[in-house]
Ligand binder design. Structure first.
Ligand code: AMP
Ligand code: ZN
Length: 485
């Protein structure tokens, strides 16, 4: 079975087939962060979902060009720049740096291109010029340039491809200047916003006077510059369907006359404890808030990857505890497999996908079975719950075989190789083997030294200290090992 994905454009699950005639290259654009604050756990659900899509396409053998823009000028940013009395660059730079740090913490692959809106003003202007030349954009009396929905539709364009709109309610000539608005207030939207005093120093010269771009045109300009007028995949959270993505389609197809994006993928939202996140409810978490509570990036990533991307995900701190327990089960199994394979149990993580060495056979069948059912699950519109089901089934089976000593070193090595391949998609195992902090290893060594010197009091004190820090010592035939409580 090939990969099938739900396409918001057709509102159905479709076979994924890239535009590339060779069926190899995939262009993928994910709407990136608006850098006006630290990204919250809801934002991270969507970015981790984007990372999963990219990793899975690569696992399937596609060569992906992954683009994620940085929105560094729009309404909310300008408001904050004004309030904080900083410069645009100083303000956005801080949150952009935090975003990239967080991306790493969650083990998301760095997109190949991370274009900035402020670095693409020339491209944005030339796109608006095209729309004006085609008669579907106009400068209004307020000096701003708007996209004319009526002219676009009159010329054969379809406005409302991702979402059904009631055009009887749309009053011709009405305009909306703010970047965010509901479908009930659908109207001609701003492409270029004429400078107003509240913009402060944030403006650029243009053929229509000083001003700044609207948010929607930024993504059209950057995606088409890097991926061409038509590309394979465009991702974002479901809140972006309207107006952001609908406007992107109208601007891009209005300018090029070509279909813009083949597959639109939207991730459902995340709730916290069943409610929409809000600072006043006290259920608003940035990634950093969760790290400060003692959770790791790996646990948070795992948790965000447990629900199907089209289902609303209810994030809870209890769920994060569950993530910790689930990862511990995987780690324990991998540790035992490493031992059985003759590798150090807490040795460095094996990196990158590797080829499966053995064909399916009675002893080596399990890894191949794992890969086959994992692939079946994710081919089915990224059915991640089924994919985890196969992983834990494999953990159970592997533990059983390890317990009855029916895995030889080659089987164990083959199982680890399969896991590496699985983990090239899940991205939760990168830290395995590096998980024991240096400080704990030094304590373990100190305990060994104390025992050797027959200073059992000190050895016990170190053991208690380790325990207080969340680590127990397990004595194995190969010597003492640290294990997380
Ligand atoms: P922003 O930085 O506000 O532009 O949002 C970045 C991404 O996060 C967008 O793709 C949004 O759709 C997505 N997003 C915002 N809130 C949530 C949420 N509660 N759950 C999932 N995704 C979200
Ligand atoms: Zn966008």
């Amino acid at each position: 079975m090939g990969l099938k994905l739900f396409n918001t454009l057709s509102r159905s699950v479709q076979d994924f087939a890239p535009l590339d005639p060779a069926g190899k290259k995939v262009g993928m654009y994910c709407c990136g962060p608006t850098v006006y604050d630290f990204a919250h756990i809801g934002n991270w659900r969507t970015f981790v979902f984007g990372d999963l899509v990219r990793r899975y396409l690569e696992f399937k053998g596609y060569t992906v060009t992954h683009v994620m823009n940085i929105t560094d000028v729009e309404d909310k940013i300008i408001k904050r720049v004004r309030e904080t009395k900083t410069s645009l660059r100083e303000f956005t730079g801080k949150y952009e740096a935090a975003f990239f740090e967080d991306l790493k913490t969650l083990n998301c692959l760095l997109p190949h291109h991370t274009p900035h809106a402020t670095g693409h003003i020339a491209e944005i202007i030339s796109l608006i010029e095209k729309l004006i030349a085609h008669g579907i954009a106009y400068q209004a009396a307020d000096g701003s340039v708007y996209f004319s929905i009526e002219k676009y539709r009159g010329g054969g364009g379809t406005y409302g491809q991702l979402l059904k709109l009631n055009f009887d309610e749309l009053r011709a000539g009405e305009r909306v200047k703010s970047d965010e608005y509901a479908k009930e207030s659908a109207a001609d939207f701003a492409l270029w916003k004429a400078r107003v005093p509240e913009d402060g120093d944030v403006f650029w010269p243009s053929p229509w006077g000083e001003g700044r771009p609207g948010w929607h045109i930024e993504c059209s300009a950057m995606s088409m510059k890097i991926l061409g007028p038509g590309f394979d995949l465009h991702l974002g959270g479901e809140d972006l369907i309207f107006p952001h993505h609908e406007d992107e389609i109208a601007q891009s197809e209005g300018a090029t006359g070509k279909p813009f994006v083949k597959h639109w993928l939207h991730g459902a939202h995340l709730l916290v404890e069943g409610k929409k996140m809000s600072k006043s409810l006290g259920n608003f978490f940035t990634l950093r808030d969760l790290l400060a509570k003692g959770f790791t990036g790996r646990e948070i990533r795992y948790s965000l990857l447990t629900a199907h991307y089209r289902e609303t995900f209810n994030f809870t701190l209890e769920g994060l505890q569950g993530a910790r327990a689930a990862l511990a089960r995987i780690d324990e199994c991998l540790g035992k497999l490493r031992e059985a394979a003759g590798a150090p149990a807490s040795g460095p993580a094996r990196t990158g996908p590797q080829k499966i060495l053995q064909p399916a056979g009675s002893e080596t069948g399990a890894p191949n079975k794992l890969l086959a059912s994992f692939t079946d699950a994710l081919d089915d519109d990224l059915n991640i719950s089924a994919a985890w089901g196969t992983v834990f089934e494999w953990v159970r089976e592997t533990n059983r075989r390890l317990a009855e000593n029916s895995l030889n070193a080659a089987d164990a090595s083959s199982a680890l190789t399969a896991w590496d391949k699985i983990d090239s998609v899940l991205g939760v195992g990168a830290a395995i083997g590096f998980e024991i902090p240096v400080e704990m290893n030094l304590l373990l060594e100190a305990r060994q030294a104390a025992r050797k010197a027959k200073d059992f009091k000190r050895a016990d004190a170190i053991r208690d200290e380790l325990k207080a820090k969340g680590w127990v010592i397990e004595d194995t035939p190969k010597g003492p090992k640290l294990k997380k409580i």
